[in-house]
Design a protein around this ligand. Structure first.
Ligand SMILES: Nc1nc2c(ncn2[C@@H]2O[C@H](COP(=O)(O)OP(=O)(O)OP(=O)(O)O)[C@@H](O)[C@H]2O)c(=O)[nH]1
Ligand SMILES: [Mg+2]
Ligand SMILES: [Zn+2]
Length: 304
């Protein structure tokens, strides 16, 4: 039995790279994988798997190692929970100043979907200019401990700092379609040659340029980047609405002072978090978006 790491998966065919650098094309035997039958996404990029060598660099996946972490979202149209990637050190949430414009709510939801994975923010297309309002939003995340990199894949400005940060880490670039994830990957890792929009337009493939996740490694092994397909929107996975606040580090020092426990921090009397938002100690925009996200989850919870 051989083992390796999944570096991409397209139409249930997974590329598995072994320790000695060989690449196998593997399938899962049957529909479900033993040991993880309940998992809707049994295999994602960066999963460690065991497989039977079937010869000719092909194989059949027989098992998957336990994940250290995973990035999970709810796919609204398909009504299913999906794990997009796993076993990473950091999620680089890529946003852009314009085309598409920065959406703070998107960042909030990425932080929740990332679960226990640390999140940093790369604000790309700095060359298109950045408004004072956008600077305020980014400063807010930075002060909460979500490191912010202002970059331009086009001019290269700021890219060194991001490059330095992700060196010796396995990172996943995630964000809306068109923010420039692949352009940044190409900047940081020459030779990655990920397709970007210009190239794609020629072939008229539509809006989403990258259409599958891929784990790319630099020759010296110090960079491991997962380039992911862009999304239009992101929804948080089903969870207890009371667990959402955990992903708001700025609430933490107030929650113990709420009259009720657990507290949703919305309508409860003597809610210390709400009070902190009203007095401006907690960022009002973050708090409002928290309320919307939590109320949406309460409504959705009733339909499960
Ligand atoms: N002005 C400017 N344009 C950029 C920058 N980075 C990327 N772009 C452009 O933005 C468009 C989208 O870039 P991609 O790298 O394909 O974006 P992506 O996030 O990988 O998109 P998907 O693969 O669809 O998710 C392309 O036309 C790029 O040339 C930048 O820093 N500044
Ligand atoms: Mg792309
Ligand atoms: Zn409260």
């Amino acid at each position: 039995m051989a083992s390796g790491m999944v570096t991409r998966g397209i139409n249930n065919i997974y590329t598995v790279e072994t320790e000695d650098g060989r690449e196998y094309l593997c399938r899962i035997k049957g529909k479900k994988l033993r040991g993880v039958e309940e998992d809707r996404t049994p295999i994602t990029v960066a999963d460690r798997v065991t497989f039977d060598d079937a010869g000719g660099l092909q194989g059949v996946i027989t098992g998957r190692s336990e994940r250290t972490n995973q990035f999970t979202r709810y796919h609204l149209k398909r009504r299913e929970v999906q794990t997009l990637f796993s076993n990473v050190d950091v999620v680089v949430c890529v946003v852009s100043t314009d085309q598409p414009p920065l959406k703070p709510g998107f960042i909030d939801r990425v932080i929740v979907c990332a679960g226990s994975i640390p999140v940093v923010i790369a604000c790309n297309k700095a060359d298109l200019g950045i408004s004072n309002g956008q600077i305020d939003v980014l400063t807010c995340y930075d002060s909460l401990g979500f490191q912010v990199f202002r970059v331009s894949a086009e001019t290269g400005s700021g890219v060194d700092a991001l490059h330095h940060y992700i060196t010796d880490r396995r990172s996943a670039f995630f964000g809306q379609s068109g923010v420039g994830k692949s352009s940044l990957v190409n900047r940081i890792m020459p030779g990655a040659s990920q397709k970007t929009m210009e190239i794609c337009r020629k072939y008229n493939k539509g809006r989403h340029t990258t259409n599958f996740s891929i784990l790319l490694k630099s020759g010296d092994g110090r960079l491991e980047i997962i380039d992911t397909p862009g999304v239009r929107e992101i929804e948080i996975p089903p969870m207890d609405p009371r667990d959402i606040a955990v992903h708001y580090p700025e609430f933490e020092r107030f929650t113990s002072r709420c009259r009720f426990s657990p507290c949703l921090h919305i309508h409860e009397p003597d809610c210390s978090v709400r009070k902190a938002a009203e007095t401006g100690i907690v960022d009002a925009g973050r708090y409002e978006r928290y309320v919307r996200m939590t109320e949406d989850q309460v409504i959705r919870e009733r339909s499960w």
